[in-house]
Design a protein around this ligand. Structure first.
Ligand code: SF4
Length: 960
């Protein structure tokens, strides 16, 4: 039933409201944070949303976005019916006819069935900031296509991969700063996003308790506003700062040597001789490797005995520095050095003076910063009387606290040097001994995991077969060149070229290159591209103008180069116009959903936490949750995991699927960890429980499992925890997770360029690139865009950040949140602006070598003088999101995306404008210049685009 034709005002803030007659719990989805909320209803209508005080994540706290969910529900941009583009119309014209779901399913099933039976990789599924990647990934794998990823490649994969390839965990969902016990908190490269309300709660307590908060960021906004000190830094140079800090700490011998020796690979011996083992660890063939994927049977150099010994030999005294020659045995005569010695040499020249010139932070301040960090980590250290046993059987009576916590996210990530920068941070944190210790960085389940997790992407054409699930997971963690996703000729198996020689460790894919690659047929053409919840013709793409042209591009026969484009979204975003088939999604208040332990749960330091959404409102119009769409398609296409032994449908719907699906027959592991077992008395593992949803509903939509205290720290090496994590499928193995100060995985790729290593070798034109960037030790290099830019002409760095009150492009149709932001400015340091002759509030042109944009400037004292910045995704195409034709969003709001290229021209070829290791989009690498607009130029943003109203939008009146 369409409930929103009411003539009553949606909200009158001064009208005295009668109280709600019903309160229902669910989980917010106004941003990625996933707070617990209470929906207050009267006569079935939503009248108020507040935070759920019983919820472990936000404890009742709610933000402006969360409480404005009511207006998202009442958005004039809601889609309500499946739509099919009218035959003969162009994409982008908004010419649609409404169709039934039956027809939509029939159409899709027929098309996808043919693809699956012939060449499954011709179907590509890419999703935006959805929270069900365990399901979408399962769908893609069962379909048999490698062409699947979520948005991580253009979000923060460098942070995830850089940390996971070093310490086996990462920030935000999988770990974070222990502000409860920290005394010094360094936040670097983080705006107000991702971990939102919990961070605010923790920060306010940290400050009240007297903690010192230093923010290092080009811009002082968001959390930085309450920092005790703001240190401006030039974008893309954080890695140089980390190198200089490591230089200082090592020079002054202010590092946690016992921690490094026992818990990292710092003391393990690396072969220095040229040849197939050059730069790799040497292995002792007489010792047990323990884990054949990542063997542990390496050597250390015993300082007392002056000889090599197997790692972890009882009573040995490992050296961290020096160079040695192996004695009698399988490696006799080989020159070796502990990995730490190589790190020491790597940072010899990265002095504070060296970094000062790059970062804009004085050498003196960098030295002082190193001192402050060492003081917090070592002079303020403490012991917690918690008994635990390490992997090697040694019993410890306490856990050492190092009250120095870091937090970082996209500011480090979204650069083409972000992976090595993140490695730099992770190694710095390790030098200071802060990993999974009180007051430092702490993991959240299911992390820590192996370095890296033992999941590999498809590595041969044989892994992709018609009418067959993919042999491996579409996304994974390569550990050597042989794990790359390449065909027999060495060409990329994936449409986005993830896991190819261009981006070998592309853990989250490269969604930002899919459309361009598919249109060019490079590496091949696809048939159907399904996009869920991603505004790929607008703020989720680089080079917006050209990508919009690509979406409409036709071949010589007049056929679209991407033959079929399916868009699933709840709102009339800019992307909808380009769809052939539009599937109307529900809002988060209208559906079931899980924040799964198999995916990205909301775990706490103390143990796994997962949560659900339960509908609090009826579904609007013909909207259908994307989850249900996937279950329906999977059942119709008869994916093996979705049919029973007789070939019949296994799951009636999404709720049934979540209740009964197990990762393997009788594994006892499913999407939800709470109230498992027939009687609901098991956690994490147990047979399906038909009443599981009910139990979540009765318990604030959340399940929390507390590890015993002795399993809460030092989890990489904590025997009790490691055994528990294997028993409960948080990990596949229970061997220790050694910190990779030195990455032999990266070295294997580097070695592959020399011809010394047997096995796969990169194409000639990429050898230099791999050799340069796959350094086994962290290093800093300028962002790739700098190499092809006239830095004198384009002297400003330009960055964006997500506003506190809006999430991506989602909230411009939200009547309350639009009152906070309806347009954006380019913020520029006032002195820098005056030098350019730019007045506060003036119209200006921003130009990069890739494009230009006209917008308004705003003076700011809280931005580094060499940087300009703006809010992301406020600008809109005219009429998109059902805004009026003259709405501020399209006339005064702008996108910086028009200035960013998705490809960079190298000497003889083009590469993605991304990190050469992970493929993370280099959003924050763009260099620009700013000039005043002419007096006679229209006072309106340029370029301008138009979107179209589509059938089925029930609020035909546009938002003014
Ligand atoms: S922080 Fe995010 S999830 Fe939490 S209330 Fe705000 S919008 Fe909702």
């Amino acid at each position: 039933m369409l409930k929103f034709f009411s003539s009553k005002p949606i909200h009158d803030p001064i009208h005295k409201q009668a109280s709600a007659d019903e309160i229902k719990n669910t989980t917010c989805y106004m941003c990625a944070c996933r707070c617990g909320i209470r929906a207050h209803l009267r006569d079935g209508e939503l009248i108020y949303i507040d935070g759920n005080p019983e919820h472990p994540l936000n404890k009742g706290v709610i933000c402006a976005k969360g409480s404005s969910g009511i207006m998202k529900q009442n958005s004039p941009a809601r889609l309500t019916q499946p739509l099919l583009r009218k035959p003969g119309s162009n994409r982008g014209d908004g010419e649609f006819e409404t169709i039934s779901w039956d027809r939509a399913f029939e159409l899709l099933t027929n098309r996808l069935e043919h693809i699956r039976n012939t060449d499954p990789k011709k179907f590509a599924l890419f999703t935006g900031r959805d929270q069900m990647q365990a399901l979408t990934g399962l769908f893609a794998r069962q379909f048999g296509t490698p062409n699947y990823a979520a948005h991580g490649g253009f979000c923060s994969v460098n942070m995830a991969a850089g940390m996971i390839y070093t310490i086996g965990g990462s920030f935000w969902e999988f770990g974070g700063p222990d502000l409860e016990k920290a005394k010094l908190f360094i936040m670097i490269g983080t705006a107000e996003d991702h971990h939102s309300n919990p961070m605010k709660i923790a920060l306010s307590k940290f400050k009240r308790d007297g903690g010192r908060f230093i923010s290092i960021n080009p811009v002082r906004t968001g959390y930085s506003a309450i920092a005790d000190e703001w240190i401006p830094i030039k974008p893309g140079t954080d890695g140089a700062l980390f190198m200089a800090l490591m230089h200082e700490l090592i020079r002054q011998e202010k590092y946690d040597a016992p921690f490094l020796k026992r818990y990292s690979n710092s003391a393990q011996l690396v072969c220095l001789d040229p040849g197939p083992e050059e730069g790799l660890f040497l292995f002792d063939p007489t010792s047990d490797p323990v884990n054949v994927d990542l063997p542990h049977n390496k050597y250390i150099w015993d300082e007392h005995l002056q000889c090599a010994m197997p790692c972890f030999t009882q009573g040995s005294s490992p050296a961290l520095t020096g160079e040695y020659v192996m004695g009698a045995g399988p490696h006799e005569g080989k020159r070796v050095a502990p990995a730490f010695e190589l790190l020491r040499k790597q940072v010899l020249l990265t002095t504070p003076e060296w970094a000062a010139e790059k970062t804009g932070i004085s050498a003196e301040r960098i030295r002082q910063l190193a001192k402050e960090m060492a003081y917090a980590a070592f002079d303020q250290a403490f012991e917690l009387p918690i008994q635990w046993t390490d992997y090697w059987g040694e019993e410890h009576s306490s856990v050492t606290g190092r009250p120095l916590a870091f937090h970082a996210m996209r500011g480090l990530s979204a650069h083409s040097n972000g992976f090595q920068t993140t490695r730099g941070l992770a190694v710095l944190m390790s030098l200071l001994g802060t990993i999974d210790r009180p007051g430092g960085f702490r993991h959240k389940a299911p992390y820590p995991r192996q370095v890296p997790p033992n999941v590999k992407p498809p590595s041969s054409e044989n892994d992709i077969k018609p009418n067959t699930p993919l042999a491996k997971s579409p996304l994974g963690w390569p550990t050597c060149p042989e794990d790359l996703s390449l065909d027999n000729d060495g060409n990329p198996l994936r449409i986005d070229k993830a896991y190819s020689w261009e981006h070998p460790l592309a853990g989250h894919g490269l969604m930002h290159n899919v459309i361009s690659n598919a249109v060019k047929g490079d590496p091949y053409h696809i048939d159907t591209l399904m996009i869920f919840m991603a505004n790929m013709s607008w703020n989720s793409t680089m080079n917006t103008v050209e990508v919009r042209e690509h979406l409409n591009a036709k071949n010589d026969q007049g056929e679209f180069k991407i033959p079929f484009l399916v868009v699933c979204d709840a709102f009339q975003s800019e992307m909808v116009d380009f769809a052939d088939l539009v599937l109307p999604d529900t809002t988060y208040l209208e559906r079931h959903d899980v924040m799964s332990i198999l995916d990205r749960p909301i775990s706490e330091f103390e143990g796994p936490v997962d949560s659900v959404r339960i509908p609090v409102l009826e579904t609007l119009g013909e909207c259908k949750p994307f989850q249900e769409v996937l279950i329906e398609l999977a059942s119709r296409l008869k994916f093996p995991a979705f049919v029973n032994a007789e070939g019949g449908r296994k799951f009636t719907n999404y709720v049934d699927f979540i209740t009964n699906f197990q990762t393997n027959p009788n594994s006892g592991i499913g999407f939800l960890s709470g109230w498992r077992g027939k009687d609901g008395d098991k956690s994490l593992k147990g047979e399906p429980n038909p009443n599981q949803w009910q139990k979540y509903a009765e318990n604030n939509c959340v399940h929390q499992f507390h590890f015993p205290l002795e399993h809460q720290y030092m989890r990489n090496w904590n025997k009790g925890y490691l055994d528990f994590s294997k028993e409960n499928a948080l990990r596949q193995k229970n061997d220790p997770i050694m910190i990779a100060v030195y990455s032999d995985i990266l070295q294997k790729f580097r070695l592959s360029t020399t011809g010394k290593r047997p096995g796969a070798t990169p194409p000639e034109h990429l050898k230099e690139r791999i050799s340069k960037y796959f350094d086994p030790l962290p290093f800093w290099y300028p962002p790739l865009e700098d190499e092809v830019t006239d830095l004198n002409r384009f002297s400003f760095n330009a960055v964006t950040q997500r506003p506190m009150a809006m999430y991506h492009s989602w909230d411009s149709q939200n009547a309350w949140l639009r009152q906070i932001h309806s347009h954006n400015y380019l913020f520029i340091n006032s002195d820098a602006a005056k030098k350019q002759g730019i007045a506060d509030g003036a119209w200006i042109w921003i130009e990069s070598q890739w494009g230009k944009v006209k917008c308004m400037a705003r003076y700011s004292e809280t931005v580094d003088p060499g940087t300009v910045w703006t809010w992301n995704a406020i600008g809109k195409a005219e009429s998109a999101w059902n805004l009026s034709n003259d709405a501020d969003e399209s006339k005064k709001g702008f996108l910086l995306n028009h200035l960013i290229t998705e490809e960079l021209p190298m000497q003889n070829f083009k590469v993605s404008n991304s990190d050469p290791i992970t493929g993370q989009a280099g959003w924050y690498d763009v260099r620009v210049r700013v000039i005043p607009a002419g007096e006679d130029e229209p006072k309106e943003v340029w370029p301008q685009f138009k979107a179209h109203q589509v059938p089925g939008m029930i609020f035909n009146k546009r938002t003014k």
